[in-house]
Structures are given as structure tokens and as C-alpha cells.
Design a protein around this ligand. Structure first.
Ligand SMILES: Cc1cc2nc3c(=O)[nH]c(=O)nc-3n(C[C@H](O)[C@H](O)[C@H](O)COP(=O)(O)O)c2cc1C
Ligand code: SF4
Length: 432
């Protein structure tokens, strides 16, 4: 039996759940009232203590990130809500924006207050037109109710929120690519450091947080850091929205405590694999995570630590399931094509390497593979993403982590299903 009670999605099946009257009727904006009576530092401290870690991909501590915003600087501070949600296999932020946008907005106001920001942005994926319309209504309701604007709820705190629509580039989900795009430029990631907390939007201190991360905040304020820490895994606690897609009977978003087993997610929540076919492999954290074999997948907990131990990552918690019928060479080509298309082209290893991967994998799939191709695939992925040593961290060779995001999954396909790659190539040898 599932004893866990959803936190972020508790009300999403109720009528008018996206409206302000509904949100207020279930305790919405009580956390904001509480926060406005607190010192900003105390809000940061509470979030630090909750051990909330970012839900956008990197899993960095939210409170620690906020703490990097300089307090003695008189530059404006900015908050950006990363609603770009472009990672393949990930569709949770979209659900939150559609069904419970005030929860996310309340989180944004809390975060803005904590870092002393008076202008915040929602950078929303261009394709999310419906969600954009919902958010426009959400902001109008909030301004009308004095939850945004001047002197929020009678306090001396002011906040304006601006929605900015992206134009469909995957790389604009990466925080510095996003900031460049928001500034009206091409979405080219910046070299870090300096990190956005020191030099972000318009070179001012900026926090970028994911939609789901922000949606957690009202609950942390209402129920306290200890309550949050009591849910799921110790080192990365809280509720988490897992997106399950691919070859499962019941794909969807499932809210569960951090640390639920992947087996339970696939076979219980997502209803298992159609026609009782065998599980073959799984992306546990979007297409940027290294794939797990069935054996690994059946023995892993969905939290930051366990997945790193399995040499993969929780990422955006986009679980993509592949059954026994999936051709791993074709699947690998499919994701390599995506990354080659989305590389912003600034770094040679990424721009050239992704194109090479597509060329080679296409050749292999078309029956023109060469015996050296396997070694070459390893070499190219090493050159893009650095040699992967999880005990020491990776040695990136590119400006942004997109390099690793393509190198790790492609390499994992070749490493874990090398026989399938070899079999394509040996068919060529047999004909020759
Ligand atoms: C290539 C790439 C794409 C990314 N896409 C997204 C995205 O669509 N949404 C998101 O929230 N974070 C994305 N991220 C992570 C962001 O750079 C950033 O770490 C995150 O928005 C921070 O928010 P958080 O601390 O709340 O997780 C991406 C990172 C990379 C390297
Ligand atoms: S790693 Fe790729 S996507 Fe990232 S900055 Fe370099 S070329 Fe652009």
C-alpha cells in the first residue's frame, strides 16, 4: 500500500484547482504571510535546513545557492523561474504550471523575498502555449489580490513578475544559456565561474530555480524543515515528481518520496510493461543520464546518491523505459541526433563530436559500420565529455554540462549493449 500522501499534486484533480480562490481555500499564500513576518536570512536558513535540492537536474542545495547572493551589494537581484522543461522524458513542470500555478508563484515570491529581489522572471518553454495562457491569468489574479506589485499584503515588500517565452532551444534550459536568451541574445551558455549568483542577468546577482523546486517552498515554510527532511532519502529529501514514459502500461507523472525504488515506479505506479515483455533498459533521469540495464534498474533507489553509485544520475527524474523489443543502436542514434541538433555550437568537442556521433551511428545502422567504430565511439564520447570517473567527478571539456549530457548516455549504450553494436558491424563483415 502507498502510505505517502502527495504534497505538490494533492489537489490537481479537483475542479478549478488552478485558480486563486481554490488555492486560497486549501491554505494557499499562508506561507507567504508567514515569510513576510520573517527576516530574509531566516527564510534562507529554513530552506537550507530542509536540505531541499534543486529539481531541475543538478540537485544543488537551494538554500546554499540563495546564500551565495551578496548581501552587501546594491545591485538589483533577480530570480528566474526555469520553466523551460526541455529534457526529453520530462513533463512534470508543465503539470504544475497547468494545475497548480499559484503554488509555484507563491514559491517564487518566497524565494524573491529571501534574496531581496524585486523583479522575477518566469522563462517558459515556447511550446507551452497553454501553460503560458494559464500563467498570464495567474499573474493577473495575483496582482489583483496584492500578492504581487507594491506593498505586498500590506508589507513594504515589492515584487514584479514577468513571463518570458523561449523559442524552443534545449540549451536555453541551461541556466546561463537561459540568462543570455532572457537578455535578448543568442542562448549561448557562459563559462562558469562567475556563477549566476554573483554575475547573472544583466551581470547582477541572480538565482535560477526550477518550477518544482519553487513549488516545494510554501510547504517547507508551512510545515518546517524537519517535516520536509522526514520525507524520503536523508541526503536529498522531500516529495519528487517522477515522469515515467516509454514502454509502460500507464505512463504519467507520479509524486513519490525521494528514494522510491525504480522497480516500484515502473511495475506498480506505471503499471509494468505491455504484454508482459521483459525490461531491457531505463533512462532514470532524462535522456542526459546514463542508461541502466534491467538488472541495475531493478536494484536502484530513485535518489541522488543511489543513482550516482550506479554511475548514472537522478537529473530531472524523467524515467524512460525500454522493453526487450527496443533496438539499442537505433535508440542511441535517436538521442545522438537530438543532441547534435541542440548543440549550441560554441565548443568544438561538442559541436563536432555530436555531428560525428550521428554520422558514425547512422553508418552503423545503415550496415556500413567498421570494426574500429566501437573504439571510436568511446574516443569521441571521451573527447566530448571527458573521461568519466564518478569517484573524482568528470573532467569536462566544454563550456557547459551539455557535453556530459550527450557523452554519458551514448557511452552507456555502447558499454552496456556493446554486443548489439558489434552485431550490426559483424553483419557487414559477414557480407564483405
Ligand atoms: C543542457 C542543460 C539543459 C537544462 N535544462 C533545464 C530545464 O529545462 N529546466 C530546468 O529547470 N533546469 C535545466 N537545467 C539545469 C539548469 O542549468 C539549472 O541547474 C536549474 O534550472 C537550477 O534550478 P534548481 O537548482 O532548482 O534545480 C539544464 C541544464 C543543462 C546543462
Ligand atoms: S557544451 Fe555544447 S551546448 Fe554547451 S556551450 Fe559547448 S557547444 Fe554549447
Amino acid at each position: 500500500m502507498n502510505a505517502f500522501k502527495p504534497v505538490l499534486t494533492e489537489h490537481i484533480h479537483q475542479k478549478d484547482c488552478h485558480t486563486l480562490p481554490f488555492y486560497k481555500s486549501v491554505g494557499g499564500y499562508k506561507a507567504l504571510e508567514k515569510v513576510l513576518a520573517m527576516q530574509p536570512d531566516a527564510v534562507i536558513q529554513e530552506v537550507k535546513e530542509s536540505n531541499l535540492r534543486g529539481r531541475g537536474g543538478a540537485g544543488f542545495s537551494t538554500g546554499v545557492k540563495w546564500g551565495f547572493i551578496p548581501k552587501d551589494s546594491d545591485q538589483p537581484k533577480y530570480l528566474i523561474n526555469n520553466a523551460d522543461e526541455s529534457e526529453p522524458g520530462t513533463f512534470k513542470d508543465r503539470l504544475l504550471m497547468n494545475k497548480t500555478p499559484h503554488q509555484m508563484l507563491e514559491g517564487m515570491i518566497i524565494a524573491s523575498y529571501a534574496i531581496n529581489c524585486n523583479t522575477a522572471f518566469i522563462y517558459i518553454r515556447g511550446e507551452f502555449y497553454k501553460e503560458y495562457q494559464v500563467l498570464k491569468e495567474t499573474l493577473a489574479e495575483a496582482y489583483q489580490a496584492n500578492l504581487l506589485g507594491q506593498g505586498i499584503l500590506g508589507s513594504d515588500y515589492n515584487l514584479e513578475v514577468v513571463i518570458h517565452r523561449g523559442a524552443g532551444a534545449y540549451i536555453c534550459g541551461e541556466e546561463t544559456g537561459l540568462i543570455e536568451s532572457l537578455e535578448g541574445k543568442r542562448g549561448w551558455p557562459r563559462i562558469k565561474p562567475p556563477f549566476p549568483a554573483i554575475e547573472g542577468y544583466l551581470h547582477c546577482p541572480t538565482v535560477v530555480n526550477n518550477v518544482e523546486t519553487l513549488a516545494c517552498l510554501p510547504h517547507i515554510i508551512n510545515h518546517g524543515a524537519d517535516w520536509f527532511k522526514s520525507i524520503g532519502s536523508e541526503k536529498g529529501p522531500g516529495p519528487r515528481l517522477f515522469c515515467v514514459s516509454g514502454t509502460v502500461n500507464n505512463p504519467g507523472v507520479f509524486e513519490e518520496p525521494m528514494g522510491i525504488s525504480l522497480k516500484e515506479l515502473i511495475f506498480d505506479r506505471a503499471g509494468g510493461i505491455p504484454e508482459n515483455k521483459q525490461l531491457k533498459a531505463v533512462f532514470p533521469g532524462g535522456s542526459s543520464s546514463a542508461i541502466l540495464t534491467a538488472e541495475e534498474a531493478l536494484d536502484v533507489k530513485m535518489d541522488f546518491e543511489d543513482l550516482v553509485e550506479k554511475k548514472s544520475m537522478l537529473g530531472s527524474a524523467g524515467v524512460i523505459v525500454m522493453d526487450e523489443t527496443v533496438d539499442m543502436v537505433q535508440a542511441c542514434l535517436n538521442i545522438a541526433r537530438f543532441y547534435a541538433h541542440e548543440s549550441c555550437g560554441q565548443c568544438t568537442p561538442c559541436r563536432e563530436g555530436t555531428a560525428w556521433l550521428v554520422k558514425m551511428l547512422t553508418r552503423i545502422v545503415n550496415g556500413q559500420g567498421k570494426p574500429d567504430d566501437i573504439d571510436m565511439l568511446y574516443e569521441i564520447t571521451d573527447n566530448i565529455g571527458g573521461r568519466i570517473d564518478f569517484s573524482k567527478g568528470s573532467f569536462g571539456k566544454t563550456i557547459c554540462p551539455f557535453g556530459e549530457a550527450v557523452a554519458w548516455p551514448v557511452r552507456s549504450f555502447v558499454e552496456k549493449f556493446e554486443d548489439e553494436f558489434r552485431s550490426y558491424i559483424s553483419q557487414v563483415e559477414a557480407v564483405a
